[in-house]
Design a protein around this ligand. Structure first.
Ligand code: PLP
Length: 381
């Protein structure tokens, strides 16, 4: 079933929107159908098997982020929840600051801004510069407790050198937090190599899973500093011992999961990750980067078209954002709507048209979508 038959998209649909919400592979849809059927026929009779699937998923997520242990992996609702668990778990002191960038998706901005009443200052670095990491590091000082960035920016597509930032944080004793939603499932990732203390990503973009189930990686040392704000039967050391009155929070990241797990999402996400593992993340990354590189070259050779995504090696992932000279903001928005009508599924971000093709999209489809965009650009102003 790999890979074409895994993506039986509707005839004529060109799906270039994995940076927003990805497509479910065939096997994910099958897993959900089977799980639904099973629930209808026999309820939770096979709960022990479901727990095996849950444990399998934790293992796959551990490999995806290259965590030291599956105990570092928590299953949370979404990126925002994962970041909130960290933001409201740390013991802030008035005068502390958090360094970030001025290109973050609201999930990785609002939660930190919400700490302002506690005297915590968010410092966003302007990263539309030649050396974005230097701009970020320059904002850190003795009061910086945490540095938080997206590994790949949702709008510009800029990919940061997270090893460089992580090494800096480790040297300065700053907590390094990554919103990896635009990397995981598209690019190889190594939480160990980049010295990440926190990695969060929902599964519904490049990982090709459903919305509402995210991975939260926390490094062991950091995890024990985070105070909990949610409690329940599922986050205790002796899970399932319901007669016991005394309890302790478990040492593993399961402490961030207070109650019943999202079993439907677990079955779906596990299936999606099994596809990425079958293909291999090295191969997925190779295809994603080859595709975006070739596509960006086409944009650069097209007169009147402007590339908004950096194209230097190492500076991009799967996101390509572009616009047309002489076409207004409203004109681009109109073009985006027309593209959607013509079954080119994409996004309008930062004033440009954002294409985010995954590994299974063909060059022909991508070029066809771009031809449609160029044609439309001649009809708007
Ligand atoms: C960089 C980034 N972070 C987070 C999110 C989504 O956050 P959540 O998983 O909380 O919905 C997006 C969605 O577009 C994103 O691009």
């Amino acid at each position: 079933m790999f890979p074409e038959n895994e993506f039986p998209l509707n005839e004529g649909l060109i799906y270039l929107n994995h940076a927003a919400v990805g497509v479910w592979p065939w096997r994910t849809a099958e897993a959900v159908k089977t799980f639904a059927e099973e629930n209808m026929r026999q309820g939770a009779t096979a709960y022990p098997d479901w727990m095996k699937t849950e444990s399998e998923l934790r293992g796959r997520l551990q490999r995806l982020v290259n965590a030291g242990s599956a105990d570092d992996i928590a299953l949370v609702k979404n990126t925002s929840e994962g970041l909130s668990l960290v933001a409201y778990g740390l013991d802030w002191r008035s005068g502390d600051n958090i360094v970030s960038t001025n290109q973050e998706f609201p999930s990785n901005r609002i939660v930190w801004e919400s700490l302002k009443p506690q005297g915590v200052d968010l410092r966003p670095a302007d990263i539309a510069v030649d050396d974005p990491e230097a701009a970020i590091m320059a904002l850190c000082n003795a009061n910086t407790r945490l540095l938080t960035v997206s590994s790949v920016q949702f709008s510009s597509g800029l990919r940061l050198d997270i090893e460089r930032l992580g090494t800096f944080c480790r040297q300065k004793n700053i907590i390094f937090c990554l919103d990896a939603i635009q990397s995981l499932g598209a690019l190889c990732f190594d939480a160990e190599a980049c010295h990440a203390d926190v990695v969060v990503a929902d599964g519904h973009k490049w990982i090709l899973g459903p919305e509402g189930l995210a991975v939260l990686f926390t490094r062991d040392e950091l995890r024990h500093q985070l105070k909990l704000n949610q409690y329940g039967w599922h986050m205790v050391e002796r899970l399932g011992d319901f007669d016991r009155r005394d309890w302790q929070q478990t040492k593993s990241a399961r402490r961030f999961e207070p109650g019943s797990p999202n079993m439907l999402g677990i079955h779906a996400l596990n299936a999606s990750l099994s596809l990425l593992e079958d293909v291999g993340m090295q191969e997925v990354q190779r295809r994603v980067l080859d595709r975006t590189r070739v596509f960006m070259d086409i944009i650069l050779e097209t007169s009147g078209c402007e590339l908004l995504t950096p194209h230097e090696p190492g500076r991009f992932g799967g996101i390509v954002n572009f616009c047309f000279k002489g076409v207004s903001h409203a004109g681009h928005e109109h073009m985006y709507r027309q593209l959607m009508q013509q079954k080119v599924i994409c996004a309008f971000r930062g004033g440009g048209i954002r294409f985010s093709p995954h590994f299974y999209i063909t060059d022909e489809h991508l070029e066809e979508a771009f031809r449609i965009a160029v044609r439309l650009s001649n009809t708007v102003s």
